[in-house]
Unconditional design. Sequence first.
Length: 328
Amino acid sequence: MVATARRDWRRLAWHGGRVGLYTSSAVGLVAVVGTLALWARPAWRADLASHVGPLLEAATGSANAAAQGPEGDMLAPSSPSDASMMAQAAQHVPSAAVLAAYIPNQRVAADARATKALDSREQVAVADYLARRYRVAGDVTGNLVRAAYSTGKEVGLDPLLLLAVMAIESGFNPYAESTVGAQGLMQVMSKVHRDKLEYFGGPEAALHPLANIKVGALILKECIARGGSLAGGLRRYVGSTSAGDGGYGAKVLAERDRLRSVAMGHKVSPNAPQAPVIVSSAKPVAKPVAAGKSDESTDSLSTPAASTSAGKAAAVAKPLEADDSTAA
């Protein structure tokens, strides 16, 4: 009787071990297949992140709330989410809509204007692609994508165009500085556009990512309005004084096309080459063009900036308004 019971237990343990082994193997196989599928399909990865992200943020928020003591003191340190950090930064950076309103959207080429806002899944896909292409942390590119969309809505420009300019200008390095003094994500010339930077807090705003994006977007919109086309605006933005731009515009537009494809769910290689540089042999034009990084500015203030945001907006916007009446 005892021997029979021992044989039954051994047989049961043997079968249980086999079932456990098969189950573990199946779970591991599913995990490997799922990982490969997410790696091969950025759209699936973005969709999963858009659904899981809010749940994780909610869980983190609940945990932080539970960590507070009865008198409100924190029992454990907690860090704010990326979204809340961006929201806090936005509270200290004025909207660019006031200045952008002095450059009518009708003066801006249609292919440069703001498009339909992408949903959260599409934004995550774009941020993931930029993180892999430019080797930048995903939370950083996520914040920059959100900033580009909020700024594009304020200024009236395609946010993917803003992201493409950032990519070509600085590779998403907020502290990049060129040999001629262009600074930040969109390589703003602080000496030339001192008036716009003053509205956002002064020259040091050139190295503030959100302020730099807003100032760069205003400069780009103004260049496009004056250039009469997106290509002409990009030539002015880069500061070209000749008929060509050395391939700069082609690089920006090619990068925007890639971002559009990513947002549509298409598979785009992060190692795709940029558009080739085209060296123009055209002779320089008679007058240098007012560009985003030119040494001469048509937007310089003749009077000190006012102390209030409304006063600063009026002081900066007057030259833009005057130029709008004479630009082609």
